[in-house]
Design a protein around this ligand. Structure first.
Ligand code: NAP
Ligand code: GCO
Length: 264
């Protein structure tokens, strides 16, 4: 069983992995034996990530790269292949969210979210697939969302992107499965990271944020998830244990998608 989940000898690129979900997944991959490579949008974040990986005893390599810049991504992949090796596992994790009511959102802001959360996974996947085909195997994991399935107020761009990312996942599966490339998604529920910090802020009177209370009532586990709880599913989808799993989105949500919500 252990060999089935072993990532020894594999090169894993996790985008936007200086902290948050990407960092937790990369740390978990390292624990399973993978060589970790990550990028982030600026040197300060890359340095912050490198310090964290080092403190955790992980010899990661970090690069500055904006995942929406196709030329920069192609240069990044070529540099990784030269300095580390062919990428065996790609996690399209980098992402942003803008919480703005749709009719107040500018088209520019809408496009920015689509660019990072949907166009970038296309760009990075397109950059790594040719070498995966030559090598005879590859794993691509797209970090989707509850919003790949559900909408809510103020997240129109994010939901459109994450819904598209679910279908991009299925299409990469369809187009490249014959080359022994498995492309799956992970759909985290509500996870405690900087991205969701505004939704969990204590109120001036010390009470919990209304959205925090709402999510706890909507989640059978009655709590937010932790980034570390995505590691097991990610290692599964990155390992030989999932060689016949393709085009699937694995929701790691404490049961939200199965539950109507606790009666007030
Ligand atoms: P996060 O804390 O905001 O981290 C996202 C990372 O991506 C940051 O390091 C960010 O750098 C980086 N990034 C953003 N734009 C980038 C770009 N253009 N190029 C390179 N790196 C870029 O987010 P998170 O909560 O860890 O979420 C990670 C992924 O999980 C995202 O795709 C998110 O949509 C998804 N997700 C999160 C949750 C949740 O509850 N937290 C649930 C479901 C899905 P900066 O600091 O410069 O922005
Ligand atoms: C929001 C949250 C969510 C989470 C995640 C849920 O504003 O609703 O940010 O979108 O980030 O995507 O799966």
């Amino acid at each position: 069983m252990k060999n089935m989940f072993d990532l020894t000898g594999k090169v894993a690129l996790v985008t936007g992995a200086s902290y948050g979900i990407g960092y937790a997944i990369a740390k978990g991959f390292a624990g399973a034996g993978a060589k970790i490579v990550f990028n982030d949008i600026n040197q300060e974040l890359v340095d912050k990530g490198l310090a964290s990986y080092k403190a955790d005893g992980i010899d990661a390599k970090g690069y500055v790269c904006d995942v929406t810049d196709e030329a920069a991504v192609n240069e990044l992949v070529a540099k990784i292949e030269k300095e580390v090796g062919v990428i065996d596992i790609l996690v399209n994790n980098a992402g942003i969210i803008k919480r703005i009511p749709m009719c107040e959102m500018s088209a520019e802001d809408f496009r920015k979210v689509i660019d990072v959360d949907l166009n970038a996974p296309f760009i990075v996947s397109k950059a790594v697939i040719p070498s995966m085909i030559k090598k005879g195997h590859g794993k691509i994991i797209n970090i989707c969302s509850m919003m790949s399935e559900l909408g809510r107020e103020t997240v129109s761009a994010y939901a459109a992107a994450k819904g598209g990312l679910k279908m991009l996942t299925r299409n990469i599966c369809s187009e490249y499965g014959e080359f022994n490339i498995q492309c799956n998604g992970i759909g985290p529920g509500y996870i405690e990271t900087p991205q969701t910090a505004p939704l969990r802020e204590k109120q001036p009177d010390g009470s919990r944020h209304p959205f925090d209370q709402f999510i706890v009532a909507k989640t059978p586990a009655a709590r937010w998830g932790k980034p570390e709880e995505l590691v097991g599913p990610a290692v599964f989808l990155a390992s030989d244990a999932s060689n016949f799993v393709n085009g699937h989105v694995l929701y790691v949500d404490g049961g939200i998608l199965a539950y109507i919500g606790k009666q007030p």
